[in-house]
Design a protein around this ligand. Structure first.
Ligand SMILES: [Zn+2]
Length: 151
């Protein structure tokens, strides 16, 4: 079944739906999606059935895998990913918080070794504590909003 979307359908690719309003642009920047070769359509402040607003991102000819999808959870914990083939949804799943974020976040601790050594950053997710992230290297914990507000 093809979900009702408010932006033009794509033939093949991924649709990231149910992104909280204002987070769509951050996700594009954060994952450098806009710099990739893929054709991208973004819907901002779309109406949801419940009167709230959401953002939506379509990436043509790119199939987002579980790992990539889970990194979106930092910005959009309730996002759903629709994989489209030949205009049909062939797979649909919700993002889930990963065990760790690897090589996608910069440590907010300016004394952390990751700022000077060529290592991949790694943060463990503490799911019990409302999304606190702990740096593998300096072992400091940070609230997820630290990362969320980075420009
Ligand atoms: Zn650190």
């Amino acid at each position: 079944m093809i979900p009702k979307l408010q932006v033009e359908a794509i033939q093949n690719g991924s649709v990231i739906d149910h992104i909280p309003a204002q987070q769509g642009i951050k996700i594009l920047k954060f994952f450098k999606l806009a710099q990739a070769n893929a054709k991208i359509t973004v819907g901002l402040n779309l109406n949801k059935n419940n009167g709230q607003r959401k953002d939506l991102i379509k990436v043509e000819n790119t199939f987002i895998n579980d790992e990539q999808a889970n990194q979106l959870a930092l910005f959009a914990p309730d996002a759903t990913i629709n994989l489209i083939e030949n205009f049909k949804v062939v797979n649909k799943f919700k993002v889930q918080l990963p065990e760790a974020f690897v090589d996608v976040l910069v440590c907010p601790n300016s004394n952390c070794i990751t700022h000077n050594e060529p290592v991949k950053t790694k943060f463990y997710v503490n799911k019990r504590q409302q999304l606190k992230l702990k740096c593998h290297y300096c072992e400091k914990s940070f609230d997820h909003s630290f990362f969320n507000e980075l420009d």
